[in-house]
Design a protein around this ligand. Sequence first.
Ligand SMILES: C[S@@+](CC[C@H](N)C(=O)[O-])C[C@H]1O[C@@H](n2cnc3c(N)ncnc32)[C@H](O)[C@@H]1O
Length: 349
Amino acid sequence: MSGLGERIARQIAASGPLTVAQFMALALFDPKEGYYRQAQAVGRSGDFVTAPEVSQVFGELLGIWCIEQWQRLGEPQPFKLIELGPGRGTLMADALRAIALRPALREAVEVHLVEVNETLRQQQRQALHNVPVVWHESLEEVPPGPFELLANEFFDALPIRQFERAPDGWRERLVALDESGALAFTLSGPVPAALIPQESRAAPTASVLEIATGGDALLSRLAERVRAGPGAALIVDYGYVQPPLRGTLQALRRHERVDPLSEPGATDLSALVDFSALAAAARRVGAAVEGPITQAELLTSLGAADRFAALRQANPGKAAALDAAQHRLISSDQMGDLFQAMAVLPPGA
Ligand SMILES: C[S@@+](CC[C@H](N)C(=O)[O-])C[C@H]1O[C@@H](n2cnc3c(N)ncnc32)[C@H](O)[C@@H]1O
């Protein structure tokens, strides 16, 4: 086991099993050895490839979305463009290139990046070397005021709790130690029904329900900012509207799926995002929600076909690579339907 794995095992031996959320929080965000504190993570040389790394068109079209929303917000100046979890900085660099189509917006924009990973911050610095950027550890650190926010594959990295329907009621999945001292999943005793949303309480035996308490709370705070800012936020992630009633926690290392408990701190852990819970959290504080719609619908409505056609015309030698990228981002058997996009907007927008 990794050093972090051994520390987690010692903690469990001393104080008992952890919830899946507590385990994820340690594995991903432990200040010294958490995966998102240091890992290279994103890109072909990392553990997974994200949409902005597939093609510049993804970030450019999100930049077009920013122009449209800025106009809807009444063209405020100055104006913050915030990104949660900017990875290698590729999305922001591509979005800013598109935003430059509206010089007044480009001039008004201050870039704020929320990132906890020092290795990725360095890469963001390189990708955005000609742009003044302010980095933050959390959204709360970003000063108030009119803003737009982009978050691609951010919410899937936030810790979730898992509940399993046993024959005698709901129990919580926990991370404990097996006889050999290795990390292993186990179940708690029965949990109060109030922890399980009403609509899922009668799910069949062996169903697994996931609840992202931290993600939902972050979305409420974001939605409050959207009302006050005013602001507009676009969240793109792989997720669902109807709970799939199965566990979706997964671990990736070098593009391969591995056991989520095998190497805490060395693997990327993520879970599908519950968009209905996020939408409910936004509506509870009075913000408006659009979507979710599929990534295919979002990119197509923002002009993906025209942009890819223009790039093919300008780079005939790259036509095959551009076809492949378009297919990967938009086809339903690729990222097109698996990824969803949801906007949080001021009331009445
Ligand atoms: C899956 S990557 C996505 C990167 C990028 N958005 C992209 O599409 O390529 C998740 C990003 O969020 C950052 N991150 C994850 N959890 C975070 C947290 N709680 N606070 C700040 N940044 C976080 C990671 O370091 C990484 O940059």
